[in-house]
Write a new protein. Structure first.
Lengths: 382, 259
């Protein structure tokens, strides 16, 4: 289907596609098997300027928006969601600075993010703060000219690999939701270290790690935005990033559909290619219908979000839920079409099915997204 | 360091067929690409430039549409592109091509280093690179698999051989042709693509480069193609597996059966 991309958008798609075909697909199975972070590929992505697409032009970026990120991520995810997640996590990690950072912070960090010289990561989740983000226990106390951070962040994507971390910590624990703030912590800061590295079911090339802040001292000017506005920035960050997760579902489902159709045309049973059987055709048709519907919703939501509307959350959550539930279904169906071969590691669809599961979980479970949509509906109709 | 890279637009080998009636390349509907070896030459040039400073100029001889490979090269890091194009160049063999390129290089000015792919995948001759070096009277190394060291006055490289490699040091200016092992070509960057779109491609004719009409195109090409044909398919092939001893047994048995 023609989505009438601009010339620049088409250029972004083509560039991401070349990275996927030349740099990601040939090594994805090995990265998955070895649990290996795709450092080289991220350098390739940086050289191709893809890290710059969401950075404003005045900081060395291309000045693209949510739509441009979505288009790049879709192509990268067609190759490997683990690699695409590592790329996306850098955007997520720097969004707080982009949305709420001072001019000085933007000048200090954004050019490096745009060139891919440094990567970012976002530190919100803790052992007792998953869906309930308000449950965080990490604290930040101002001592003279320094903030002192204490706490442990869990399951942080790009943990140990990135150089810049945006950390959510409580500055006024008694103030509840208004008591949180965001800080920039850099690799090498005193008292900042990395803990357990997770061994995951899918997206195994991405790094998921603990961040340990033990009397971590950082300069006063690392506070992002005003004190106490942390959760507002977090919500804005996630509203802006969720369409990216949705687009990972689109790229992944496209890859699964490509594999399933190609296989169904080649595989002969009962004397004919299995694609000639209506039972198989219907599975493929449903995959294609769901995929295209998801893609249209994600693109529409991304374009909507780029206008910075008030109802950003609902659009963002709707596309995340639909596209990622769809990706789970479509990848599962792809394994079904490939049958026994689909279950084997020799074919790429079993990895796709494993990779799909996390999309329904991270950056807000799909149940939490439905809460958001429900609450917005409740408000709209009041 | 001023580097020149010679590139060629070729039909994508994945799609190439010979027309069984005329025995010529069936080019219709076949996508044109930058010769894959030349992509490695370009990458090496850009890498040397990034390390040493200087410029990378890309040169191609071909019809007007060959301009697209020059833009692709600029997107991948080259500074500018030059297209030598003239109806009079048509039908050039490797001899006339080397002459034409040499005349163009001399018209363009001084270069410290000239890089070419090992060979073009359409002709597979591997003659133009060395031919160009001879015309320019500069030293050359073929099948370079690694650049070891570049200094202001010389370059030290590894030449791939059947059984290992030679280490060669060439005084500059020099020419080298590269194999695919030398590097992993980068994907064209977004900013590069934008630059390439706007870039002005210089176009030079036979007159512009001061070429002798007797030495270019069909007139300057001594090569006579007597016959073009598809080689016959090889006979039965058998791949043995198992331990070396088992494979030898299988081979001996197979040979015996044919005695």
């Amino acid at each position: 289907m023609d989505y009438f991309f601009t010339e620049q958008q088409q250029m972004i798609i083509d560039t991401a596609r070349e990275i996927t075909n030349e740099k990601i697909i040939p090594v994805r199975a090995e990265l998955d098997e070895k649990n290996q972070f795709p450092r080289e590929i991220l350098h390739d992505i940086a050289k191709a300027d893809l890290f710059s697409i969401f950075v404003p032009e005045e900081y060395g970026g291309l000045g693209g928006g949510c739509y441009e990120i979505v288009l790049a991520l879709e192509e990268l995810a067609r190759g490997c969601v683990g690699v695409a997640t590592s790329f996306a996590a850098s955007a997520l990690g720097i969004f707080p600075v982009l949305y709420a950072g001072s001019e000085e912070q933007k000048e200090r960090y954004l050019p490096d993010i745009a060139s891919g010289a440094r990567w970012a990561a976002f530190g919100l989740t803790e052992a007792n703060a998953g869906s309930d983000a308000s449950g965080i226990r990490t604290t930040a106390v101002l001592e003279g000219d320094e903030w002192v951070l204490n706490g442990t962040k869990q399951w942080i994507t790009n943990g140990g690999e990135s150089q810049i971390y945006t950390i959510v910590a409580l500055t006024d624990p008694h103030k509840g939701a208004r008591g949180a703030s965001i800080f920039i912590v850099e690799d090498g800061d005193p008292g900042f270290s990395y803990g357990k590295k997770e061994d995951k079911m899918g997206i195994r090339s991405s790094s998921t790690r603990e961040l340990i802040l033990k009397d971590c001292r950082i300069p006063k000017d690392r506070l992002v935005g005003r004190r106490g506005t942390g959760f507002i920035t977090v919500m804005k960050t996630l509203d802006g990033s969720r369409p990216g997760i949705a687009s990972l579902g689109i790229g992944l489902a496209q890859a699964a559909l490509d594999e399933a159709v190609t296989y169904a045309k080649q595989r002969v049973q009962f004397g004919r290619p299995i694609i000639s059987f209506q039972a198989v055709q219907h599975i493929l048709a449903d995959m294609a219908i769901q995929l295209e519907a998801g893609r249209a919703l994600v693109y529409a939501a991304a374009r909507h979000i780029d206008q910075h509307p008030k109802d950003m959350s609902k659009a963002s959550s709707m596309c995340k839920v639909f596209a990622t539930d769809m990706a789970m279904k479509v990848t599962t169906d792809a394994v079904q079409v490939l049958g026994g071969y689909g279950y084997m590691k020799e074919y790429p669809v079993e990895k796709m099915m494993r990779d799909a599961k996390i999309l329904q979980i991270y950056e807000g479970t799909n149940q939490i997204q439905r809460n958001v949509i429900g609450q917005e509906l409740n408000k709209e109709y009041s | 360091m001023n580097i020149l890279v010679c590139v060629k637009q070729v039909p994508d080998a994945k799609d190439v067929r010979l027309d069984p009636k005329t025995n010529t390349l069936a080019r219709e509907g076949v996508e044109s690409i930058m010769n894959p070896f030349d992509r490695h030459a370009l990458e090496e040039a850009v890498a040397i430039k990034e390390q040493q400073g200087g410029t990378v100029t890309v040169l191609t001889m071909g019809p007007p549409q060959a301009e697209s490979v020059l833009r692709e090269a600029i997107a991948c890091g080259a500074d500018d592109g030059v297209l030598i194009s003239d109806r009079a160049f048509a039908g050039a063999d490797t001899w006339a091509t080397a002459y034409t390129l040499a005349m163009a290089v001399q018209a363009l000015g001084d270069f410290d280093l000239i890089l070419c792919g090992k060979q073009a995948i359409d002709g597979d001759t591997a003659q133009v690179g060395p031919g160009l070096a001879c015309r320019l009277r500069v030293p050359y190394a073929t099948c370079v698999q690694k650049t070891r060291q570049v200094t202001a006055g010389s370059i030290e490289v590894e030449r791939m051989m059947d059984d290992g490699y030679d280490v060669v040091r060439l005084p500059l200016p020099a020419l080298m042709t590269v194999v695919k092992d030398i590097n992993e070509p980068r994907v064209a960057s977004l900013k590069g693509k934008m630059k390439a779109k706007k870039a002005e491609i210089r176009q030079l004719s036979a007159t512009d480069i001061g070429a002798d009409p007797r030495c270019i195109g069909l007139a300057g090409s001594p090569t006579q193609v007597v016959r073009v044909f598809s080689p016959e398919a090889r006979g039965d092939r058998k791949v043995f597996s198992g331990s070396v001893a088992e494979q030898v047994d299988q081979l001996v048995e197979c040979l015996r059966a044919h005695l």
